[in-house]
Structures are given as C-alpha cells and as structure tokens.
Design a protein around this ligand. Structure first.
Ligand SMILES: *[C@@H]1O[C@H](CO)[C@@H](O)[C@H](O)[C@H]1NC(C)=O
Ligand SMILES: *[C@@H]1O[C@H](CO)[C@@H](O)[C@H](O)[C@H]1NC(C)=O
Ligand SMILES: *[C@@H]1O[C@H](CO)[C@@H](O)[C@H](O)[C@H]1NC(C)=O
Length: 439
C-alpha cells in the first residue's frame, strides 16, 4: 500500500509552482468583503465603511488580540477602495476622502506591526462593484503602483472581462508582479469565472502563475452558503484535491465565523472543513465586536496547526453515510491525519459508531485528539470501536496520530501547537506506520 501513499504525495506536488517563495502554507488573515462589502457611506456609517480607519482598526485588533501571533497576518483590502478615476499618469488612486493618507501609508502601518497588506484589483473594464478595472495595457502600471505602495498581496478579480482577456490578463499580471522585484502574493479569481473545473480551467498552469485562486461562488453569511461551497469542493475533489499544495492553494472563500449566519456548531464546522481543505483562513468579520465563542473557534491552535500542516496536502471526503454523517480525512506530516465527522442531520445529537479500520486506517495503534473538546481518545487497535456524538450541523474533529511515532524523541517538528500535550512526540517519520491509506 506504500505506493498509494507515494502516488498521493506525488499528485499533491506538481512539478512546477509559482516561484515567488510565498504562501508555503495556506495564507491567514482578514479581508473586508464578506462583512463590510462595498459600504462607502462614511458620512452615516463611519465605523463600518471601507476606509483607512476600518483597516487601521482591524490592524490593531489583529495585533493586540492575539491573531497575528497565531498566523493571521494578511490584512486585505477588497473592492471599493479606489477613486472613480485614475490619476493624470493613468495610475489607480485610492478614494481621497476615505483613504486620506493613501495606501502606502497604510502599508507602513501594517508593516510596522508585522502585518502584510493585500489589495484588490480587477482584470476587466471595471471591478464587480463598478470601480476602475485593469485593462490589458494597464497591467504593468498597476503592478508597479502596488509595488511602489509596498503591497504584499494582490487579489485579482475578473468581472467585466471575456475569456480571451482573462487568458491573457491573469498570466500577464503574474509576470508584471514578478517584474517589479517585490514579492507580492497573487490570488487569481480566474477559475471562478470559467466554471472552476477542467478542461475549462488548467490548474497545472494556474499553479505556475498564482499562489491561490477562488474556484467557486462567493460565500454569503449563511450555513446554506457554507454547505453549497463544501458540496461543490468535495463533489469535485477528484479534480481539485491534487492541484493544491505549498505555494498554490484552492480558495473556497472567507471564514464568516463571528457574523450572523452561523451558530456555534456551524462555526466549528466551517473552521474544521476549511482545515481539511488546506484552505486559506481569511476571516471576514468585525474583530472589534467578536464574541468569545467565535474567537475561541477561530483561535483554536490545534485546528490552525492542522490547516497549516507543512505537507500542504488537501483532504478529501471519504464517506457519506446513510445516517447523514459524512467523514472527511486529511493526511498530515509525522504520519498523523485529521478526521472530521459532519452531521447533516436536523433532529438531535447523533451517536455515531465506527472503527478506524472502517475508515481504512492500517497500522495498529492510534491516539485521537478531539480538537474542540481538548480530550484524547485512545484507539489501541484499528478495530477498536468508538462512539462519538455529533450535533446537528456540527462536527467532531480529530487529530489522529500513530502511537509508535510518539515514543522516540522530545521534538514535535511541524506541529508546535501540540508541543504542550505531546511533548514526547517524534520528529522522525516512523518507518512502518504510514499515513492511513484512503482512496
Ligand atoms: C520572479 O520569478 C523568478 C523565476 O521564477 C523567481 O526566481 C523570483 O524569485 C521571482 N521574483 C519575485 C519578486 O517574485
Ligand atoms: C496546462 O498547463 C500546463 C502547464 O503550463 C501545460 O503543460 C499543458 O499543456 C496545459 N494543458 C492544456 C490542456 O492546455
Ligand atoms: C476503503 O477501501 C475500500 C477498498 O479500496 C474502498 O472501497 C472504500 O470505499 C474505502 N473506504 C473509505 C471510508 O475510504
């Protein structure tokens, strides 16, 4: 069965990837769109409009409330930041009333606090919200403008452009960003405008020019929207799972935890499934008013460590049970793995019985760490029966590791967050305990 593991690893590591050295693990941060959209009414809603003040507030929260320490370092300006026309040299410029000190100053503010600044632009005549877009002959100018402002990431959208313009524009922007000499992470919304699947989308090519890409619809503030995205990604996992990896990620869109559409069970489910997908953890919420519960889910160190696993292999759905329970699995470094049990039921907490062998785990002895309950479950054999209780529209998430690999040295390697609990864990890959083999 070793060959299957190797095959899986090879599939997950395309030969070529965008060579800017950025985003070796899925990016983490905060973005304005999901929560603040295109609210430009600073006169009547000064605290919530797209403005310098909003990004300064979020920068402060990211730093002072412990987000940055956990890896949430990108502060990303989405659509609606710019003035309605370009300046007299043809360059994009920010709205002077809402961004009185300009984007360069904001980048400094972010950098002084060890954050990275992201910005939004759009391949096409205008942005989705009607602000100036980037036509083919403006790509180099705009890339240089962002570099001059010391921006660290560009989200390049694709409204109001046709197939041919996108075919030319998205690769051209990648080249233009590279030519500035400044490492700027590049997020491409291209596949989303082409249906998200091969053959219309060439993911090998995308991996060579972009660090991440939006494949599918925008997320909305509802459980239904989260489930629609989850369904699409896992129904298409045969096409999508292998195209993701260090430096080039599928992006199922923002985390909406902390807004209005998800209860706590559903919030845990979004966090857990995004970790299984090796998805960017880009929140869009109001960090100034987040509840303690939302914060504890978004700041769960074990889930973050699973999301950030250095192998960067996207997980898959391995089971859809008749009882409306689904099981998701992601292989992790150090022969560990993550399992998520999701309940699609709407009746009551469901007691789910299984064994690891039913989930195709092969080696003999494991420990499972329940990341939301902060408890461990010992599974001395793959045939050991276990029962877990999964709440309606909720999850149970396990970090599963083979016992043998935890007997050797005192180091933990890629999972610093498990250090406290598993101080005896090994950094070496055990010779006989391979990652569970699943199809
Ligand atoms: C530009 O591309 C080259 C070749 O892929 C790469 O080595 C270099 O690091 C890139 N530079 C930037 C600034 O992205
Ligand atoms: C997809 O892109 C890769 C890498 O650039 C290229 O080698 C391949 O020919 C492309 N496939 C198709 C069907 O165009
Ligand atoms: C386990 O492996 C068998 C045989 O390859 C396969 O039919 C089954 O779907 C797998 N089960 C899971 C849960 O992956």
């Amino acid at each position: 069965m070793l060959w299957k593991v190797i095959l899986l690893l090879m599939l997950a590591l395309p030969t070529l990837a965008l060579d800017n050295g950025l985003m070796r693990t899925p990016p983490m941060g905060w973005m304005s769109w999901g929560r603040f959209r295109c609210n430009t009414d600073c006169r009547n809603d000064p605290k919530n409009c797209i403005s310098e003040a909003l990004f300064v507030d979020m920068a402060d929260r990211l730093v002072e409330d412990g987000w940055l320490k956990l890896g949430y370092k990108y502060l990303i300006i989405d659509d609606c930041w710019s003035f309605m026309s370009r300046d007299n040299k043809g360059r994009l410029m920010p709205d002077p009333i809402r961004f009185p000190n300009g984007i360069h100053k904001l980048a400094h503010y972010a950098h002084d606090r060890k954050l990275k600044l992201g910005i939004h632009a759009n391949m096409g005549k205008q942005t989705c919200a009607g602000y100036p877009g980037t036509m083919l002959d403006q790509i180099e100018t705009d890339a240089q403008t962002f570099a001059d402002w010391e921006v660290d990431m560009l989200k390049f959208d694709g409204c109001y452009s046709n197939v041919n313009e996108q075919q030319k524009g998205f690769p051209l922007m990648s080249k233009a960003l590279n030519a500035t000499g400044r490492p700027i992470a590049y997020s491409c919304s291209w596949p989303m405008y082409r249906g998200g699947l091969p053959p219309s989308v060439n993911y090998s090519f995308l991996g060579e020019i972009c660090n991440l890409w939006r494949n599918y619809d925008d997320i909305e503030d509802s459980w239904e929207s989260v489930m629609r995205i989850v369904d699409w990604f896992f129904q298409n996992q045969a096409d999508l799972q292998s195209v993701s990896g260090p430096g080039h990620w599928n992006d199922p869109d923002m985390l909406i935890i902390g807004n209005f559409g998800l209860n706590m069970e559903q919030s845990q489910a979004q966090m857990a499934l995004w970790a299984i997908m090796a998805a960017p953890l880009i929140m869009s919420n109001d960090l100034r008013t987040l509840t303690g519960e939302a914060r504890s889910i978004l700041q769960n160190k074990a889930v973050i460590a699973i999301n950030q696993d250095p192998l960067g292999i996207q997980g898959r759905r391995i089971l859809q049970d008749e009882g409306h329970i689904e099981v998701f699995w992601r292989p992790l470094s150090k022969s560990a793995s993550a399992l998520v049990f999701l309940s699609r039921r709407t009746d009551m907490p469901y007691r789910y019985h299984s064994t690891l062998s039913l989930l195709n785990y092969t080696s003999s002895s494991y420990t499972a760490y329940d990341v939301f309950k902060d408890e461990t479950v010992s599974l001395p054999s793959v045939n050991t029966h276990f029962t877990i209780t999964i709440n309606p529209s909720g999850v149970v998430m396990w970090y599963v590791y083979p016992d043998k690999s935890f007997e050797q040295t005192k180091e933990t390697g890629g999972h610093p967050n498990f250090q406290r609990k598993y101080a005896h864990a090994s950094q070496q890959r055990p010779k006989h305990n391979l990652a569970p083999i699943l199809l």
